[in-house]
Write a new protein. Structure first.
Ligand SMILES: CC(C)(COP(=O)(O)OP(=O)(O)OC[C@H]1O[C@@H](n2cnc3c(N)ncnc32)[C@H](O)[C@@H]1OP(=O)(O)O)[C@@H](O)C(=O)NCCC(=O)NCCS
Length: 212
């Protein structure tokens, strides 16, 4: 496992992460792009920003020079948002979005905004957490070999070095392999958000005291 800081250029890394994201999260991709073929630029831009902003928070699993898995574990989501705002990183994103470069379905935006509000509301005040496992994905051909476990261990070690006391994440309740993985790491549910017939579970892990 390596962090993105050790691997190479942010854009090239981000493009390969975006390709993995698109095959790994069909629900999210469908919500964003509808039935049209997805365009990776939106994810590539976002991942490149994350890799530039917090390279050690991006763990990569490599097979030769191929990226076969990634974990994004960020010490502070609000720090990432503030940086996007203050560095005007959002300007080219808006231009590309309005120019149709991302191919994103406009109809998806209110739903995405509603779900963000629902997630924010679902937290009890004492459960608010800065650090987050933002995304974790492994190439289908490489699953079931401990890659995600190693990525998550690397990401949580990074958060501990950053002094994060707790970390949160969101996972769909029917994502059996991911739920099992998080449970074995000591994540516990603190809230849930309905998602059609399914539920997003909000999980938290204490980093300072919990077992790795
Ligand atoms: C979830 C995901 C990251 C797991 O990656 P992985 O490399 O296969 O996971 P690992 O091999 O490290 O296995 C982790 C644990 O999950 C278990 N697991 C793996 N596949 C499983 C499956 N299909 N059903 C049940 N458990 C499974 C393993 O047994 C292992 O537990 P163990 O060590 O106690 O045996 C991978 O399936 C993936 O990319 N899925 C699509 C994206 C996704 O759902 N990401 C998580 C979103 S929150």
């Amino acid at each position: 496992m390596r962090s993105a800081a050790q691997v190479g250029g942010p854009r090239a890394i981000a493009a390969r992460m975006a390709a993995l994201f698109l095959v790994s999260f069909p629900d999210t991709v469908r919500a964003m792009f509808g039935d049209r073929p997805p365009r990776p630029e939106a994810m590539t831009d976002f991942f490149a920003f994350v890799v530039r902003t917090e390279p050690e928070g991006v763990q990569l699993a490599l097979a030769g020079d191929r990226i076969v898995g990634y974990a994004i574990t960020l010490a502070s989501m609000s720090r990432l948002s503030a940086r996007a705002a203050l560095t005007f990183a959002w300007v080219p994103w808006v231009v590309r979005f309005l120019g149709g470069r991302y191919g994103l379905s406009l109809g998806a935006l209110p739903g995405i905004a509603r779900s963000k509000v629902a997630f924010a509301r679902s937290f009890r005040p004492g459960d608010r957490v800065a650090a987050q496992v933002l995304s974790l994905a492994v190439d289908p051909a490489w699953r079931g070999r401990g890659v995600a476990r190693a990525l998550l261990e690397g990401g949580l070690d990074y958060l501990r070095r950053q002094g994060a006391p707790r970390v949160k994440l969101e996972v769909l309740d029917d994502n059996t392999s991911a739920c099992h993985l998080y449970e074995t790491f000591g994540f516990r549910p603190v809230g849930e958000v309905p998602y059609g017939p399914r539920r997003w579970l909000i999980l938290i892990k204490e980093l300072a005291t919990g077992p790795a």
